[in-house]
Every structure is written in structure tokens, then in C-alpha cells.
Write a protein that binds this ligand. Structure first.
Ligand code: ADP
Ligand code: ZN
Length: 727
């Protein structure tokens, strides 16, 4: 039915009308074009890169139905809800549905009433489902989280192996595969196992510009976690911990301090886990404290921070876990608490790997991770380097190294003290003893060994032991000293230690100024009103609960931020906001417009701002921010020239309501505003509105509009009020 209409539209038109977005993100357009040209495609794109749009949009445009293979039943409902919310005809088939519900979906599928059908790989293997597929017009298949087919991947799912029959069973149907997993080994494996036929290959950059990366020394993790979260108000975030025990204890601590937090780990029952995840999804709890078991099942787009309280075992995991922050493209913070004490704990597990080659690989990965945390190199550059990307800008502006949050401190003398203590005690002792010697501790062992008589004994009395451990950590990270692999590891001098020991080279360590949450960057900076944002967030939550969907399915944080900046008061204004497509505008528009109107009436001093729609990856527009004065002035200039208000609105790409609000502001500033009200409002209506203002007072528009019934809009009332003031 709508099929022919869809085909008449260009992809860009569908992007705007259906999704409410102004521009494609990097790579989206070429992927969509390849799919429309019925080519296989293989796409690697980071989390939050916008993969789902790449198959949803062509599924809408093409004749027939797109089959999406998705690994987790728990995610399917949210994905389908989100697709439906924008007006796509989508459904899922899995065992969570009753027999009747399944029959209903199948009947919609076989009568060509679906753009998208989401199924699990097990479902695809069922004969009954294959039978149904045979009857329908399958336009293409999208394999989501395609790395699940690879045994090298971290989420291998044997069920995905069924998918290798896709190409044989449906030779004429293009197959597309999407993943956020970056390693070459996994990529090759996916392509081969799915049997993709000369696929259109896209490997997007792994840079996540909206994420801010920082590392802080791990000192008192519980306290550090608490103060970090406190500074984040009631934003949503994930705290990763390594063990179930620490997950439980951190959660208890947070809850005791009034933070809405829940645990998530493999030791909890499946019901508890999904209950906690669901509560997080629905913005009912702010913080999930989790082991790495928490991840795949999360699609929540408004995670504003990810805090690793323990060292991850490799950069790949760290990247994937931090990647769960800021999927909506809004700024988010990733904090790692780093203490070298975590290393032996991970080593303990690595040492149990039997395969020698794999074990060495794991050790190298761990060293890389520790290096990331201690090197004085832009964190972003290091992460991207790991994925084989060269990050060229000198300063990323969104990591602690680049923003001078981490200060360089000359620690040459301290390094020499440590190395000298190691050398003078014969390179036979571990960290604790060396630090004791430096600090001049009065222990039995030191006296027995005669270490109280060496030159460096007590040379570091002026600092506490924590300081010396930090110096040791840094020396290890720079391989100036090394730790042996024995059961009781000892410290030795590294190959290049003499450079620093004899003063030929200086030695610097990083010192964090203080933990403060620093947001990442938006594609374009803009300011929004926090109070209005909170109000809109409340409205979003209410609507989401009514409809039984997570709040981010209604609107993303990004969308609410834009609303809280531009403050549109009608549907036309709302359609300017990123993420407001035709269907959502129709469904939710009036409620959001009303809420914004109320806010503006009670806060006449707050002026709306302007958001420039620039997506990451789109050609960069100049960063000029439109200042308020300039905007008012433009409106004033046009108004003075006698240009009708509706034309000013058109010329400026704003709504009439916005222009009138500019004029109200100008009037309040003492400008004389006079115009011909008859051009905009009929005499009859005007008289009625004047009367209503007389009854209800002129402070607020809402009572007048409410009492006026259908015929009187906010624009009408606003215009009349403006006109009344000046006549
Ligand atoms: P992925 O599946 O790659 O992790 P999603 O498909 O969930 O990413 O998209 C992440 C977010 O980006 C979603 O909120 C989505 O609506 C938004 N998004 C996708 N494409 C665009 C675009 N062209 N413009 C603006 N926002 C977009
Ligand atoms: Zn940086």
C-alpha cells in the first residue's frame, strides 16, 4: 500500500520525514545506496554510529520485507518499539510471544504488511519459519551483531552458525552484516561464514568524539565512585567492577548514600538481572553496577557515564564497554580508576590459559591496557591506534591528557631513588619491600637484611608510601623497571633504566588535578535550559510508561536537549528538532509543545537558543554560534522594514511563534512594536481573545488558549497580547 509512495521519496527525504534527521552520518548514505542497489554489504561501525538506520531506511523504501537477525530476545522488543515509534511497520517473532501473537505476526508477514521482521538465529533455523519466508517478498537480510558468528569474537553464539545457509537458501536476496567489533580476524571470519558475495565494505572510524576519556589513580575506589556519581546528579551511568563481590559491595555503598543503583552479574538469577536492566532502561534507576556480563543486552542510548573501577583486561573490552556511553551522540564521560594492584589479579586468570600462544597474547593485551592508563599520550589517539587508526589532530580536546587535566610532573629524582633502592638491594625484592626501604620503615626484615644501612634507606621520607607506589607504577609502565613473573614478583632494572638513573634523561609522571566530570563534545555546541530539560524528561518518562516502552524510544536525550535549547512551541517548530519525524510529531508533539509553552510563560526571562544541525562525519560547517543579540537584531531589522511577520518567519526558517516571542522580548526592551493584527487574526477572534485576557490576566497564555477552545491557538493569543500591549 504505502510501497509506491516510499519509492518515490529519496533516501534524504525519508531521513527527514521518518527519522527527523537533517543529514546522514558518515558512511550511512553509501551503505544505504549499496543496499538499494541490492548488493551484499559488510559494515563495521562503532556502537552509537547509527547502524540500525542503515537497514531500517532501505527496508522502508524497498518493496517487500527486510529480515533482521538479532541475537538477543531481550533487545528485540525495544528495537521494534523504536522502529514502530517512528512509523515503520515492524514486528518480531520469538518465544516470548504467545501462540496467538505469533500467528498474528506471521499473518502480517505473509500478507506483505511488514517493512521489518526481527528474528533470532534459532527462529531462522525453524522449518515453519523458513516456509513462511518462502512465501514472502524478502528484500534483504540484515545480520545485526554479526560478530556473534565468529568463534574469535567475544560473544560467540553457536546459533549464528545456522546463518551460513542464508545465501544458499535465498540466493537472490542480498545479505548485509553489521558489527561493532573491530579485529581483522573476526571480520574475515564473518564474511567467510556468511558467504557474503563481494560485499560492499565499510569500516567506519572508531573515534567517538562525544566521549571524554580520563584516567585517575585508584586510591579509595568506593569513595571515588561515590563522589564521581554525586557530581553527575541523576544522570544514567554504568560502573564496571571485576568481581561479583565488589559489585555487591559497591551497590550497597551507593544505595546507602541515597543513589538509585542496582547490581548486575552472572550470580544473580535471570529474573533479577532482567529486572534490574529493565529498571535502568526505563530510567527508574540511575546507576547499574555490573561485571562485564552486562553489555550486549543494553540498547539504552542515554548512558552519560561509564566508570571502570577496576582495570579491564584489554583495550578491546575497555573500548566496547565505554562504547555503551553516549550512543545518542550527546556528551558522556568515561573514567578509569587505575591502580597497578589490579594487574596481578588479572594475571592470575591469564596464567591459567593453557595455550602458550593465547596466554602470551593475553599478557601483551594486558600490558597494552596498563600502558594506556599510564602513558602521557592522548587517550583517544591510543585507543584508535589500537584499532589501526591514526588520529592526526594534535589535541583531541576531550581527554584528560589533551585538556591539561593531567599535569606533567618532573619526577626524575624520585625515579632515581626507586631505581637506586632496587639496584642496591640486588634486584631481589618486591614492591612492598622496596617502598618500605625508601620510606625508611622500621621493620624486622629491613634490619635483618641490613637494608637500613644502604644509602637510599629513608631517602623518601618526605612522601607517603602511596606516592612511592605511584612512582613504581609509572616506572613499570615505561618499562624503566620490570617485574618478574614469579609467584613473588621482584623488581629489576629495565633495559633503559641507566638513562634516567644517571640523569641523561628526565622522567615525568602524570598527576591528575582533581576528579571532576568533564563532558565530551557534541557535533555542535549549544546550550540548553536544564530546568526545561528536566521537565521534558519527566514528560518523556510519563509517556513511555503509558506506552510500556523505555523512555529513549519516545525521544533521545539529544532530542530533548535540542528542545530545551530552541524551545519550540508548535509542531512546525518541533519538526526542526533532530529526532522529531512526522509520526512522533503527530503523536507527542502537542504535549511537548504545551510543556515548553508553560515553561516559557513562567520563565519569560529565558530566551530560546539555536541549534545548528551538524552531524559528526557530515562536512564541517563553521563553528560560529549564533548569539542571542544578533538573532533579535535580525528579527528587528526585518520587522522595521515592514515585512509581514509570516514572511519574517519564513525567511528566518523559524516559526511564527518564535518571531512573535522575539518581538515580545524587543517590546520588553522598550522597542515600539506596532503592526496590523487583522492580517493575522480575524476581528471576531481577536475580540474574543481580548475578552479572555481581561478575565484571566495577561501573564499566561495557557488559560486563555484553554478557555478559548479549538479555534484559538497559542500563536493567536501571543499575537493579540503583543498587539494589545502597544495599542
Ligand atoms: P548503533 O546500532 O550503531 O549502536 P544506533 O543505530 O542505535 O547505533 O544509533 C545511535 C543513535 O544515533 C540513535 O539514537 C539514532 O537515532 C541516532 N542516529 C542515527 N543516525 C543518525 C543521523 N543521521 N542523524 C542523527 N542521529 C542519528
Ligand atoms: Zn586527547
Amino acid at each position: 500500500m504505502s510501497v509506491s509512495n516510499n519509492k518515490d521519496q529519496t533516501a534524504a527525504q525519508v531521513l527527514k520525514q521518518l527519522f527527523g534527521f537533517e543529514a546522514f552520518r558518515a558512511n550511512q548514505q553509501e551503505i544505504i545506496e549499496a543496499i538499494l542497489a541490492r548488493q551484499d554489504a559488510f559494515v563495521v561501525m562503532p556502537t552509537g554510529g547509527g547502524k540500525s538506520l542503515c537497514y531500517q531506511l532501505p527496508a522502508y523504501m524497498m518493496k517487500g520485507t527486510c529480515m533482521v537477525i538479532s541475537p538477543l530476545i531481550s533487545l528485540m522488543k525495544d528495537q521494534v518499539d523504536a522502529a514502530r515509534a517512528i512509523g515503520l511497520r515492524a514486528a518480531y517473532l520469538n518465544s516470548s510471544l504467545s501462540g496467538v501473537q505469533q500467528a498474528d505476526v506471521l499473518s502480517r508477514l505473509t500478507t506483505n504488511r511488514l517493512d521489518l521482521i526481527y528474528v533470532s538465529p534459532e527462529r531462522f533455523a525453524m522449518d515453519s519459519f523458513l516456509c513462511a519466508l518462502d512465501q514472502i517478498d524478502l528484500c534483504f537480510t540484515a545480520v545485526d551483531e554479526a560478530h556473534c558468528i565468529s568463534e574469535w569474537g567475544h560473544d560467540f553464539r553457536p546459533d549464528y552458525l545456522h546463518l551460513s545457509t542464508l545465501v544458499k537458501q535465498f540466493p537472490d536476496v542480498p545479505v548485509t552484516a553489521f558489527t561493532a567489533t573491530a579485529t581483522q580476524r573476526v571480520q574475515q571470519d564473518i564474511i567467510q561464514r556468511l558467504g557474503l558475495r563481494r560485499p560492499h565494505m565499510v569500516r567506519a572510524s572508531f573515534n567517538r568524539p562525544n566521549l571524554y576519556y580520563r584516567v585517575a589513580p585508584k586510591e579509595n575506589p568506593e569513595q571515588q565512585i561515590l563522589s564521581f556519581i554525586k557530581e553527575h546528579g541523576n544522570e544514567a551511568g554504568i560502573v564496571y567492577r571485576t568481581t561479583r563481590k565488589s559489585v555487591e559491595s559497591t551497590t550497597r555503598q551507593l544505595v546507602a548514600r541515597g543513589i538509585k543503583a542496582r547490581p548486575y552479574h552472572a550470580g544473580l538469577s535471570a529474573e533479577r538481572r532482567s529486572e534490574n536492566q529493565e529498571a535502568f532502561n526505563r530510567d527508574e534507576v540511575d546507576v547499574i553496577v555490573a561485571t562485564i556480563a552486562f553489555g550486549m543486552g543494553i540498547d539504552k542510548s542515554n548512558v552519560r557515564f561509564v566508570l571502570h573501577a577496576d582495570l579491564p583486561k584489554n583495550i578491546e573490552s575497555y573500548y566496547q564497554e565505554t562504547g555503551r556511553a553516549g550512543r545518542d551522540g550527546e556528551p558522556a564521560v568515561c573514567l578509569l580508576l587505575f591502580g597497578r594492584g589490579d594487574i596481578p589479579k588479572i594475571r592470575h586468570f591469564i596464567d591459567q590459559i593453557e595455550d602458550l600462544h593465547e596466554r602470551q597474547h593475553a599478557i601483551n593485551c594486558l600490558n597494552e591496557m596498563a600502558g594506556y592508563a599510564s602513558r602521557n599520550i592522548c587517550r583517544r589517539r591510543q585507543l584508535l591506534h589500537y584499532f589501526g587508526e591514526t588520529y592526526t589532530p594534535k589535541n583531541c580536546e576531550t581527554c584528560d591528557i589533551c585538556t591539561d587535566e593531567a599535569e606533567q610532573e618532573d619526577a626524575t629524582r624520585d625515579a632515581q631513588i626507586v631505581m637506586s633502592a632496587i639496584a642496591r638491594t640486588g634486584e631481589r625484592f618486591g614492591i612492598t619491600h622496596i617502598v618500605d626501604v625508601i620510606a625508611g620503615a622500621n621493620t624486622e626484615r629491613i634490619r635483618q637484611l641490613g637494608h637500613d644501612r644502604i644509602k637510599t634507606y629513608g631517602a623518601g621520607k618526605d612522601h607517603d608510601k602511596r606516592h612511592w607506589r605511584r612512582i613504581v607504577d609509572n616506572l613499570l609502565a615505561h618499562e624503566l623497571i620490570v617485574q618478574t613473573d614469579e609467584q613473588y614478583p621482584t623488581l629489576r632494572l629495565g633495559e633503559h633504566s641507566s638513562d634516567v638513573l644517571y640523569g641523561r634523561k628526565p622522567f615525568f609522571v602524570l598527576r591528575q588535578k582533581e576528579i571532576r566530570p568533564t563532558p565530551g563534545k557534541r557535533a555542535e555546541e549549544f546550550e540548553y535550559n536544564q530546568e526545561l530539560f528536566e521537565a521534558l524528561r519527566g514528560l518523556r518518562k510519563r509517556l513511555a510508561d503509558e506506552e510500556g516502552v523505555p523512555p529513549f524510544v519516545v525521544f533521545s536525550d539529544r532530542t530533548l536537549h535540542e528542545m530545551a535549547c530552541e524551545m519550540p512551541i508548535d509542531q512546525a517548530g518541533l519538526l526542526h528538532i533532530s529526532g522529531v519525524g512526522a509520526v512522533k510529531c503527530e503523536r507527542y508533539g502537542s504535549l511537548f509543545a504545551e510543556s515548553i509553552t508553560q515553561f516559557r510563560e513562567s520563565h519569560p526571562e529565558v530566551m530560546p537558543g539555536v541549534v545548528k544541525h551538524v552531524e559528526p562525519g557530515a562536512p564541517k560547517a563553521s563553528k560560529k554560534r549564533v548569539v542571542k543579540g544578533e538573532r533579535l537584531e535580525t528579527t528587528w531589522n526585518l520587522f522595521e522594514q515592514g515585512i509581514p511577520l509570516t514572511d519574517i518567519a519564513k525567511q528566518r526558517g523559524r516559526t511564527l511563534g518564535t518571531i512573535v516571542s522575539h518581538l515580545e522580548r524587543l517590546a520588553a526592551d522598550g522597542k515600539s512594536i506596532s503592526f496590523d493584527i487583522d492580517q493575522y487574526v480575524s476581528t471576531e477572534k481577536r475580540l474574543r481573545i481580548e475578552e479572555l485576557f481581561a478575565t484571566h490576566g495577561v501573564e499566561r497564555l495557557a488559560p486563555v488558549v484553554a478557555a478559548g477552545g479549538e479555534g484559538i491557538t497559542y500563536d493567536d493569543a501571543r499575537l493579540v497580547r503583543l498587539w494589545m500591549n502597544k495599542t
